[in-house]
Design a protein. Structure first.
Length: 713
């Protein structure tokens, strides 16, 4: 391939990154600066110019969609089949590794991937079986604890002993034992088991370090500890790591992401070359100037400034509203006046609960909309019901699949019978399937219960027997038919039931078009498909939508762009969220989220706030967000309550007043009596201004600023 074909359409920093040679590189890629293009062209350069084999490339992205797009673009550029290249998500590539090296990893060959919902059910049942009180050990909290430890690379025995978490650590141990027994692997386990296998098998590690002499990672700012360590381990002393990211867009701290991994990369990898990509190809100069002004208030960041060759574009419209209802109707009126294609419009909010009022206004005005990131295909209950039958047909010891399939459609296996089966399984250390067989064999259940359980076991055995040697599509058709799910739904004769039937039938189409993960014969197509379904279910990216307005959280908006964007609810306590003000580093994370939200806009940006809003059934009087004060006034156009906006009853000034007291929100302070704390609210003016402060040792207190003698930290 000609060098010019690879470099021709790139700017100077992009060319520098693509041709960077045999040294580790960190590309600081600002929003909209073309990072995907750089990754694709870098791989093309490695293969075409540096003469690396495609088999030597290990490229990681954060969604299956991004991985598929990258693979397709590489294939088109180089004119080659990319199936031999390892391009995928961390979880997807770890899964591929474990399928190839299941024996070294200490797994059974037919292990199944456990998705988040099934993991939650497993933990919930375990807590119940042990007679623990869910109010003290909430399953969601236990699940979060287990996943957090795995993301940190810690097994239960390595977790630092803490009296308040001792029972959680024990539950982690019990959970791991149960997963080993049932041949199940959750998302966190995929990465941890892959890392441990490489770390403890020198010959395997040496093989992959030699093979993957070029490791490329997208969205590096979103990596957690185990992912960072995986990159470090595979790179070794001889490999080259090429990471692309933007620490200003690190917004997944709650998911274990560590924005500090970018500065850490510079220190811990050898002779790292840093290349900044600051030219933005998405947004107007006005939008970029606003985003730069906001993010510059963060101290812990790698310096970069976005710029564009495009024109300044319109000012940012700032809209004050009486309450959230007026805010929603003003948005609707603006959308209707603009005549934009609806797919070009996005409404971003900090919290999911904010969508209700906006959705209501959309419905009232018959504007089609979609909530981006709603239930995805493999998360739908009826789809998971079918997959449970398929999972049981290849692994009868899958307890979670047993529980789901035994109840849908209803088979007469009541809670009492199920409880008896669980008790037998726990006492004898058996799977639910084997425990059921034992109960029947030893006549410990009788009558209807015996017939119901026996019928269900025969149903699974029948599916397993008939599926042998059939193509994947026919296996799905068989499982759907034998499960009797369609017949059960048809009797309901409702629109909802009809939709569920359509989803079940769509599974057959998915099976028909599915291509297995591995070219080799390590696993069957059905095993591969079930793992694929679990991995798809775990993704954080939503599907493509039809022509409609897009409603989404700011977190969901990352990676997307729209000509017209509304950022709503710009009020202190809502955005930045009140919880962030209690958390060290929380305010900086919220500011990064604001930066992400602003840079989703390509041309027009509307920012709105309400003077009052219902919160938990109580009217809350709001202060405009401190982030508004960080945007230069020359970039903002205050929209009056005329023109495209609906007439309003309220006659308040729409301009947020920047005052010294308001700027104290979120500040860390020291009080001579109460010690250190964080300012979480301000009220009053002049000498009567009071601050509500969350003190580390004395809790929340109000103090009068003119008398408090506060020191700022």
């Amino acid at each position: 391939m000609e060098t010019e074909n690879i470099l021709g359409q790139l700017n100077e920093p992009q060319r520098e990154a693509v041709t960077s040679g045999k040294t580790s590189v960190m590309v600081l890629a600002g929003a909209g600066s073309g990072k995907t293009r750089v990754l694709v062209h870098r791989i093309a350069w490695l293969v075409s110019v540096d003469k690396n084999s495609p088999l030597n490339v290990f490229a990681v992205t954060f969604t299956n969609k991004a991985a598929n797009e990258m693979r397709q673009r590489i294939g088109e550029m180089l004119g080659l089949d990319t199936r031999g290249m390892w391009v995928g998500t961390f979880h997807g590539l770890a899964h591929k590794f474990l399928r190839l090296h299941w024996k070294d990893a200490g797994l059974d060959q037919g292990f199944q991937v456990l998705d988040s919902d099934d993991q939650h059910r497993q933990i919930k049942r375990m807590i119940k079986d042990q007679g623990l009180d869910e109010s003290y050990y909430p399953p969601k909290e236990v699940q979060w604890f287990i996943n957090t430890q795995k993301d940190l690379g810690l097994r239960a025995e390595k977790v630092k002993d803490n009296p308040t978490k001792r029972e959680f650590i024990q539950l982690y141990k019990d959970y791991e034992k149960k997963c080993r027994q049932n041949n199940l692997v959750d998302f966190g386990e995929l990465l941890l088991r892959c890392y441990e296998t490489l770390k403890t098998t020198p010959t395997l590690l040496e093989h992959y370090q030699k093979r993957f002499n070029n490791i490329l990672v997208d969205e590096f700012q979103d990596t957690n500890e185990i992912q960072y360590q995986m990159v470090r381990l595979l790179t070794g002393k001889t490999g080259v790591a090429f990471v692309v990211g933007d620490d200003d867009q690190s917004i997944y701290k709650w998911r274990g992401a560590n924005s500090a991994n970018m500065s850490r990369f510079q220190k811990e990898f050898d002779a790292v070359r840093v290349i900044k990509m600051e030219q933005n190809y998405r947004s107007t100069k006005t939008i970029l100037d606003a985003a730069n002004a906001v993010i510059s208030n963060n101290d812990e960041r790698l310096e970069k400034t976005l710029w564009t060759a495009e024109e300044s574009g319109p000012q940012i419209k700032l809209v004050a509203n009486y309450d959230e209802y007026e805010e929603a109707h003003n948005i609707v009126d603006t959308i209707q006046s603009k005549k934009h294609p609806l797919k070009d419009v996005a409404i971003l909010y900090r919290s999911n609960a904010q969508s209700r009022v906006i959705e209501e206004a959309m419905l009232q005005h018959a504007i089609p909309y979609r909530v981006y990131g709603g239930f995805r295909f493999f998360d739908r209950a009826e789809v998971k019901d079918v997959l449970a039958y398929l999972r049981l047909s290849i692994n009868p010891n899958d307890d979670l699949a047993f529980e789901r399939a035994s109840n849908v459609p209803p088979k007469g296996i009541g809670s009492k019978t199920l409880s008896q089966i669980r008790s037998q399984a726990q006492t004898e250390n058996l799977s639910l399937y084997v425990a059921s067989s034992d109960l029947i064999k030893n006549s410990k259940i009788s009558g209807r219960a015996k017939n119901a359980v026996g019928g269900f076991l025969a149903q699974i055995q029948n599916i397993e027997k008939q599926m042998a040697n059939k193509p994947l599509k026919e296996q799905f058709e068989l499982a759907i038919k034998e499960s009797k799910l369609i017949q059960f739904l048809e009797k309901k004769k409702t629109e909802q039931a009809a939709t569920k039937i359509d989803n079940i039938m769509e599974l057959i189409n998915a099976a028909h078009g599915y291509r297995p993960l591995l070219d080799e014969d390590e696993i069957t197509p059905l095993e591969s498909f079930l793992s694929h379904a679990a991995l798809e279910s775990g993704e954080h990216q939503a599907s493509e939508w039809q022509d409609s307005v897009q409603l989404m959280t700011m977190h969901s908006a990352k990676g997307l762009e729209f000509p017209l964007v509304f950022i709503v609810g710009m009020e202190d306590g809502l955005f930045p969220h009140q919880r962030s003000q209690m958390d060290p580093g929380g305010l900086e994370e919220e500011r990064r989220l604001c930066y992400v939200a602003i840079t989703r806009s390509m041309k027009e940006l509307y920012i709105s706030y309400a003077n009052q809003r219902l919160v938990h059934g109580t009217t809350n009087y709001s202060h405009p967000s401190r982030f508004l004060f960080e945007i230069p006034e020359k970039l903002i156009d205050e929209v009056s309550n005329h023109g495209v906006l609906s007439d309003s009853k309220n006659k308040y000034d729409s301009k947020p007043k920047k005052d010294k007291a308001a700027s104290l929100l979120g500040q860390r302070i020291a009080h001579p009596v109460f010690g250190e704390g964080v300012v979480i609210a301000i009220e009053g003016d002049g000498d009567n201004t009071r601050a509500q402060i969350n003190f580390e040792t004395d809790g929340t207190k109000w103090v009068v600023l003119s008398y408090a003698n506060l020191k700022f930290m």
